[in-house]
Design a protein around this ligand. Structure first.
Ligand code: HEC
Ligand code: HEC
Ligand code: HEC
Ligand code: HEC
Ligand code: HEC
Length: 503
């Protein structure tokens, strides 16, 4: 793992050296090479003023928190976008107690080296204005303070004052580590052509319609060793969705029902028949737009926004559950293996996520199979993946995720320690993984039943206990998909008797 990483790093370094020398060559043909060097130095000093974050302000301008507007201002004319955003993880990305606790532990462990790094994505306004501060006396582990406008996390202004990506300067050339340049002020940048507002200037921005925009924060490289700790954007880039031109926005900025159609039909949201997404982008807008985007950014987290009680959180929770319950498909088959044991194969298909399942915090999020085989006399022939009394998954369950380790190969889930993954079992987009089980069918069994369930938990109970205090929350489990089939002793499926609906 580390060897292949080193090879790749060397490849990248080699590529840059090659590029630099060819630039020098062409430069020396026209103008002195010295000038080229100076320009490069100036460019790099502009690009990473908040290193290790890739965040920047246009022209390296000094800004204050007051240069950014409060989302409540936008609400007057954009109530729909505001409500969606308020219930989303973006509005709570700074206040999120799980994040705050982990950040505080990291801030202490690294002697303050993570303030701009973690803050760059979770509170960009706090970082560029220099107003986010660590206070070790807060909470269980310490906490962070910021003025209200910075505490709004990934706010309207963070996204709509973004003018360009700074990703050309990143290690792999891919977006990541908040590779955005902000230009706060009169002008709001967005996807609309010929947009007119009496309150602010508007400017069309192609960046906002592309996955690269989201990738700025949804690709996370380690601040110092550059290991790709989270790579949702890169997973998408390698997927059939990217090939079909379907960006993140087409699944995460539309209702979940529409996203399901996008994945089934492999079409852009705007190309779906009768998509019904049209409307006004602002209450008093003069024109109808063919699509007005949902700002709920629904993922799998159904816990934090409701726990913080923000407006719109209940709708967000419902949509998150729907999203989790519509992403995977299950299938199963049976055969007699060597030695007469019955072999069960359960197939888990990632049918509708534009990236791996799970994605992002693949070392913390838990997706696993729960399998139960019982015979006609009620005997349990196989049981795997059941939650224990401590709300934790049994050790031999099939869990889909990445196992993260530090530089010495020791397990860790702390992002500032992660140097590699020693085992990767996430499920690729439109791909599947097969889990295998064996059990022994008693000779007197006339039939048996296999129940398979795919479950989701935002965090392991032990992680929640460590961050929030033991017993502070019981992490809820979400059943994503279930499949039950009955079989005869010949291992042929028995048709389930037709249920007559009385309603
Ligand atoms: C995480 C980034 C992000 C945040 C936060 C965000 N937006 Fe957007 N917004 C976008 C993107 C991206 C688009 C364009 C989507 C596309 O065209 O594919 C957009 C589109 C828009 C549009 C154009 C009309 C439409 O809906 O398509 C308006 C108006 C808008 N946003 C206002 C707001 C307001 C007001 C807030 C805060 C309440 C907000 N946005 C928060 C990313 C964001
Ligand atoms: C490049 C942007 C970026 C950086 C840098 C970053 N994060 Fe995040 N963080 C994210 C995104 C995006 C998510 C949401 C992923 C998801 O939910 O699938 C997230 C989610 C989290 C969560 C999970 C929160 C929850 O309630 O589920 C924790 C904890 C967290 N980050 C901690 C940190 C810490 C600590 C640092 C610094 C060491 C950090 N992050 C740096 C982008 C970033
Ligand atoms: C007084 C009403 C009003 C307020 C307040 C307001 N807007 Fe707008 N905004 C509009 C109108 C009207 C449009 C044009 C809609 C159209 O062209 O369809 C618009 C368009 C936009 C667009 C699309 C720009 C483009 O070219 O794609 C964005 C982004 C946006 N607003 C963001 C914001 C943000 C962020 C705030 C808060 C800081 C805000 N607006 C506050 C009325 C307002
Ligand atoms: C400025 C950084 C930033 C940008 C740009 C950004 N995000 Fe996020 N996003 C975050 C952070 C940070 C979180 C996690 C908040 C937390 O868990 O505390 C998050 C959370 C999410 C979640 C919720 C994850 C969950 O577990 O439910 C989704 C979905 C999401 N973002 C999608 C998008 C999409 C789509 C775009 C592009 C239109 C985008 N984001 C742009 C920083 C960003
Ligand atoms: C084809 C639809 C589709 C596309 C395209 C897509 N996603 Fe997702 N996304 C999903 C589904 C379904 C889920 C829920 C399953 C899960 O949590 O992994 C999800 C979950 C997420 C989560 C939450 C993961 C978690 O459980 O913590 C984040 C963050 C996210 N997506 C970001 C992105 C970003 C960024 C892009 C573009 C680079 C993107 N998505 C593209 C469908 C899509």
């Amino acid at each position: 793992m580390t060897a292949s990483l080193r090879n790749r790093m060397m490849l990248v370094v080699g590529l840059f050296t090659g590029l630099a020398s060819s630039m020098m060559y062409s430069a020396s043909a026209n103008e002195p090479a010295k000038k080229e060097g100076e320009a490069a130095a100036a460019a790099s000093s502009i690009v990473q003023p908040f290193a290790p974050s890739m965040l920047a302000v246009v022209n390296n301008r000094k800004v204050t928190a007051d240069d950014f507007e409060d989302p409540a201002k936008c609400k007057t004319c954009h109530p729909r976008q505001w409500k969606g955003w308020m219930g989303s993880m973006h509005s709570v990305s700074f206040k999120d107690p799980v994040f705050q606790a982990e950040w505080a532990i990291g801030e202490k462990a690294t002697n303050g080296a993570l303030l701009n790094y973690c803050g760059g994505c979770h509170t960009a306004v706090g970082v560029v204005s220099g107003t986010v501060k660590f206070d070790p006396s807060l909470g269980k582990h310490g906490g962070f303070t910021a003025p209200k406008v910075a505490a709004e996390g990934v706010s309207c202004e963070v996204c709509h004052t973004s003018v360009r990506s700074t990703h050309a300067q990143s290690v792999t050339g891919d977006p990541g580590n908040a590779s955005l340049a902000l230009n706060p002020g009169e002008t709001k940048y967005g996807p609309l052509l010929k947009s007119v507002s009496g309150y602010h200037e508007t400017q069309y921005s192609e960046l906002h319609t592309k996955a690269e925009f989201c990738g700025s924060c949804h690709n996370i490289f380690h601040p110092f060793n550059q290991f790709p700790v989270e790579h949702t954007y890169d997973e998408w880039k390698m997927s059939a969705y990217a090939q079909a031109g379907i960006p993140c926005q087409d699944c995460h900025m539309v209702p979940v029902d529409t996203a399901v159609r996008v994945a089934n039909e492999m079409k852009r949201a705007k190309d779906l028949a009768d998509h019904g997404l049209g409307g006004k982008a602002a209450t008093k807008a003069k024109v109808e737009r063919s699509i007005v985007h949902d700002h709920g950014f629904v993922g799998g987290n159904a816990v934090i926004a409701p726990a913080l009680g923000v407006e719109g959180a209940e709708e967000h929770r419902e949509e998150a559950l729907k999203r989790l319950q519509n992403v995977a498909e299950l299938d199963m088959d049976l055969r007699t293996g060597k030695g007469g044991a019955q072999e069960l194969r359960v197939k888990v298909i990632n049918a509708r996520a534009g990236h791996h399942l799970p994605t992002s915090l693949t070392f913390i999020r838990q997706i696993w199979l729960e399998v139960l085989v019982t015979d006609d006399q009620g005997r349990v022939l196989l049981s795997s993946g059941k939650l224990g009394a401590d709300n934790r998954i049994d050790a031999d369950a099939m869990v889909f995720g990445n196992k993260s380790v530090d530089k010495n190969g020791k397990r860790t889930v702390d992002p500032w320690e992660i140097a590699g993954f020693e085992e990767m079992t996430t499920i690729p987009p439109k791909g599947y993984r097969v889990a295998m089980y064996a059990f022994k069918l008693p000779a007197d069994a006339k039939s048996f039943k296999v129940e398979a369930r795919l479950n989701y938990m935002s965090y392991d109970q032990a992680v929640a206990d460590k961050l929030l205090g033991k017993g502070a929350v019981k992490v809820p489990m979400v059943e994503m998909k279930a499949l039950t089939r009955a079989f005869g002793p010949d291992l042929k499926a028995i048709e389930a008797p037709q249920k007559v609906s009385r309603r």
